[in-house]
Design a protein around this ligand. Structure first.
Ligand code: SF4
Ligand code: SF4
Length: 376
């Protein structure tokens, strides 16, 4: 028979062996965190993510999701690949800017497998263990549990920040029926900083700790399956899948750890590929090359839609205009509408000879180059 403290230590050791950087415990009470989430949904800020409206009671009461749960163990797994070259991609509007978490293989399977291994090992130490693992897969308030357990604090951009590691990490959870001792939250160290709010390209952080998903490039390029509203297209720049800008602006990411995990290293040159090359992928190439990548889930149409916008924002170039024109005929009505827009933008920048990098992005590049000289 093992004491609860010995089991908790064993879980932390197992987490370490599996490559997690932290494992911390909280109780299951969601109180103010759930109320805040519910208000956000009621205000419609979740856009078309209607799955967030469902299963509210499971989200509020973890013990309804997994009976007997009395503790949530939150795990941190860093993902930042080496040579992330943030400044370089933002400064090159002809290259594709893809959110760092999506450059390699999908993290869900890898992390779920690691959490399952940990839970199975704990099963050998304890009789009647009841557990369930989660990786961004069910109605779980994961950043709230990360905050409660002290993995980090909730930044004004709403992501979890760890003082020693920044915010480039995935979270996973094990719900468990063991009354392990809980860990304490850490102090919020955003202070007077508002860098993420000021540098967000689409002003999506509408108040500290509140994102309007309908304005956020991550939502617009990944979750949204329809036409992208005109008002955000120029601000999207070359961001074709997600957006990292609020994390890039954050001074705590000076301390970000680099991940050695081979699954998270960029594939198919996705960290520095030209927009035109990606736009020329056929549907078959898209499906085959992005097998095992989170990007594949948005589907070929949304992929082309996003790249079309970025090509509209790219410096004027005859080859871009010709490629857009050539694709027009065989594209779906949604993609065709974005291509038409891009052709109009190309024409506009040809006439005006304007720069294609927004002032906010230029400011962000200067911030990055100052903060992360290794990236410059
Ligand atoms: S991901 Fe980009 S668009 Fe969304 S809040 Fe952060 S900076 Fe703004
Ligand atoms: S950029 Fe500043 S305000 Fe935003 S999360 Fe980081 S520390 Fe907090």
């Amino acid at each position: 028979m093992h004491s609860l403290d010995a089991i908790k230590k064993a879980i932390c050791d197992l987490a370490n062996e599996q490559g997690f950087q932290q494992a911390r415990v909280s109780d299951v009470h969601t109180g103010k965190y759930f109320e805040e989430f519910e208000r956000w949904v009621n205000d419609g800020m979740h856009g078309s993510m209607s799955y967030l409206e469902r299963n509210m009671d499971l989200r509020q009461f973890p013990e309804k999701l997994q009976p007997e749960t009395c503790r949530v163990i939150s795990f941190r797994y860093d993902y930042l690949p080496e040579k992330a070259s943030f400044g370089k991609i933002l400064s090159a509007p002809e290259l594709a800017n893809i959110s760092r978490y999506a450059l390699g293989r999908d993290y869900h399977k890898l992390i779920r497998k690691k959490l399952q291994l940990i839970a199975r090992s704990v099963e050998e130490l304890v009789d009647d263990l009841s557990f369930r693992v989660f990786v961004d897969s069910a109605p779980v308030l994961e950043t709230s549990f990360a905050e409660k357990s002290g993995i980090g604090w909730k930044g004004k951009h709403t992501l979890t920040i760890n003082q020693e590691a920044g915010s480039w990490f995935f979270l996973g959870e094990i719900f468990i029926n063991l009354p392990l001792s809980t860990d304490s939250p850490v102090e919020n160290k955003c202070g007077q900083c508002n860098a993420c709010i000021n540098l967000c390209p689409t002003a999506a952080i509408v108040a500290p700790y509140k994102i309007d998903a309908r304005r956020c490039i991550s939502y617009l390029t990944i979750e949204n399956k329809d036409s992208i509203p005109l008002e955000f297209r120029e601000a999207m720049g070359n961001r074709i899948y997600g957006c990292d800008d609020c994390q890039l602006a954050c001074p705590w990411n000076r301390f970000a750890s680099i991940s050695q995990e081979s699954d998270f290293q960029p594939r198919y040159n996705l960290d520095s590929e030209s927009l035109l090359n990606l736009f020329n992928w056929t549907e078959e190439e898209f499906n085959q090359r992005l097998l095992g990548s989170p990007i594949r889930r948005i589907g070929f149409d949304c992929w082309q839609r996003n790249i079309a916008i970025a090509l509209g924002n790219a410096p004027n170039n005859d080859l871009i205009a010709k490629t857009l024109q050539d694709k027009l005929e065989n594209s779906s009505p949604m993609v065709a509408e974005h291509i038409q827009w891009a052709l109009g933008q190309q024409q506009k920048s040809h006439t005006a000879n304007t720069t294609t990098i927004s002032n906010k992005t230029q400011k962000l590049i200067r911030t990055i180059n100052k903060m992360l000289p290794r990236d410059a």
